[in-house]
Design a binder for this molecule. Structure first.
Ligand code: ADP
Ligand code: MG
Ligand code: ZN
Length: 481
């Protein structure tokens, strides 16, 4: 049987989180929560004679994305009309970019499970406007909500460089992360503000000619993207193995049955009768604006991860966990700037703070604690004012009360006991009152050592300096041999 390889190219649509819409002054509202048709005006509802005006912020957001994806920014931008007739599109055309998009020829590196990276080329990044939202009723008829009509929409089109469902997911995950870092999109796929459509084809291994592709719609999660792509690869393989041809078409993804199904045979570009939008002037982006936008980009995840590894000696895993979300990463960056021990701070955040945040169901920007507060806590451990276990309790208390570590330690008398003679006295007392255990220990039951440590900690309410306890205990027990 012929062996096939798959190629996948992704089209990603991302709504831009601007205050107002792409070509009018209407607010951009939450498409799930806002009452229908409450953010609509004559422009975005397609009334005759209305004129669009370009949203400067949307262009800037689009440029951020294009630059972060290593695209070349086109100076000369033309908006185009993409004509088609459908009730969610009141003008009967969508303003988009066609021949002269904002960004061209970019790339993004994804990590493969093997630990290597793969570069996915990006064909174009262009601006368009979103359509309204249709709700089809079970009893017949449809409702239309134009709140979404005219919301700035970015389309990011990759080259067909992706080879599997897993790679498609890795690519989309990374795009989503970058969009969030750039503050231009929330990444909420379930709300529809980020939509991913893979184009999938297969061809005999080694062949340079690509096969006929299908395009998948209605994928509402990254898992569906991976599963839907893999399903399509398997389905096309069966079609070819049965001696039939793959039909170029748009297919839907059935989220519960987890299969794809034919939706419509694909239209060609000429069906859209693209033409330059006569109501908008060409948009000229000068070098100064490009440079200004480039300079204002935040440090992006890949660069952050490398920096955490190189400068702070964090493990790859820890670096990735901290860089995952920009707010967390910047919280960590601020803590490092205020303190001196990046590795310790990273451990406290990843092991303890994340666990507590999970318990409280809070994000890092919702907790009652600043990065400087954590630095203070870690310093108390470093100076041996409190031991590690006490510090864990103090951290929990900090999140509950919003009080500083020093305050909690003082108020509760938690400071560590590092007074050698005090600890030695306690140990002597415990040894004296447990003669059987001492004999058993000296006879070789090593595990009993833990019992003695536990007793000291109990007597001191966990406040004894563990290093001292261990040393003094060993000295006293050795003296009995
Ligand atoms: P359209 O706009 O009609 O959907 P494009 O030429 O812009 O078509 O391509 C859309 C996406 O399809 C791109 O991501 C591209 O990489 C991908 N693509 C093109 N040809 C193939 C193919 N034979 N197999 C898989 N993906 C493809
Ligand atoms: Mg397409
Ligand atoms: Zn409007």
């Amino acid at each position: 049987m012929t062996k096939y390889e798959a190629v996948i190219g992704l089209e990603i649509h991302a709504e831009l989180m601007t205050n107002s819409k792409m070509f009018c002054g209407c607010r951009v509202v939450d498409s799930v929560e806002a009452p229908p048709n409450t953010a609509v005006c004559p422009v975005c509802s397609g009334m005759p004679g209305m004129l669009p005006v370009i949203n400067r912020r949307a262009i800037e957001y689009a440029m951020r994305v294009a630059l972060a994806l290593n695209c070349q920014i086109q100076h000369h931008n033309i908006f185009a009309r993409k004509n088609y007739f459908y009730p969610d599109l009141p003008k009967a055309y969508q303003i988009s970019q066609y021949e002269l998009p904002l960004g061209l020829r970019g790339w993004l590196e994804i990590e493969l499970p093997s630990g290597t990276t793969k570069r996915i080329r990006i064909r174009r990044v262009h601006i368009e406007e979103d359509t309204g939202k249709l709700t089809h009723l079970d009893e017949g008829g449809s409702l239309v909500d134009y709140n979404r009509s005219g919301v700035p929409l970015l389309e990011i089109v990759s080259e067909p460089d992706i080879s599997s469902g897993d790679e498609a997911r890795a690519y989309a995950t990374k795009i989503r992360q970058i969009l969030r870092y750039l503050g231009v999109n929330s990444g909420d796929m379930e709300k529809g503000v980020l939509r991913v459509e893979p184009n999938i084809s297969i061809h005999p291994e080694g062949s340079h000619e690509y096969g006929t592709r299908t395009e998948l719609k209605n994928l509402n999660s990254l898992r569906s993207l991976a599963d839907g792509s893999d399903f399509e690869i398997a389905r096309q393989t069966d079609v070819l193995n049965a001696g039939k041809q793959v039909v170029q078409e748009t297919r839907g993804w059935h989220d519960t049955r987890r299969v794809t199904f034919s939706q419509r045979v694909k239209e060609e570009a000429e069906d859209y009768r693209y033409l330059a939008e006569p109501d908008l002037p060409p948009l000229y982006i000068d070098d100064a604006w490009i440079q200004q936008t480039q300079a204002a980009l935040p440090e992006l995840p890949d660069v952050k991860i490398e920096r955490y590894k190189a400068e702070y000696s964090l493990s790859d895993y820890d670096a990735r966990v901290l860089a995952e979300d920009r707010v967390v990463a910047e919280w960590f960056d601020t803590a490092v700037a205020a303190g001196s021990q990046p590795k310790l701070l990273a451990n406290w955040i990843i092991n303890e703070l994340f666990r507590l945040m999970n318990e409280h169901k809070q994000n890092i920007d919702q907790i009652q604690m600043t990065p400087a507060d954590l630095v203070e806590l870690v310093d108390l451990v470093e100076k041996q004012t409190i031991n590690n276990n006490t510090a864990k309790d103090v951290l929990a208390e900090m999140l509950n009360s919003g009080q500083s570590a020093a305050k909690i330690v003082a108020a509760k008398g938690l400071a560590q006991i590092s007074d050698e003679s005090a600890i030695a006295d306690i140990i002597a007392r415990i040894i004296a009152s447990n003669p059987d255990k001492v004999t058993a220990y000296l006879d070789g039951r090593d595990k009993l050592r833990g019992f003695f440590v536990g007793q000291v900690m109990r007597e001191t309410q966990g406040k004894a300096n563990p290093t001292l306890v261990n040393r003094l205990l060993d000295t006293q027990l050795a003296a009995l041999r």
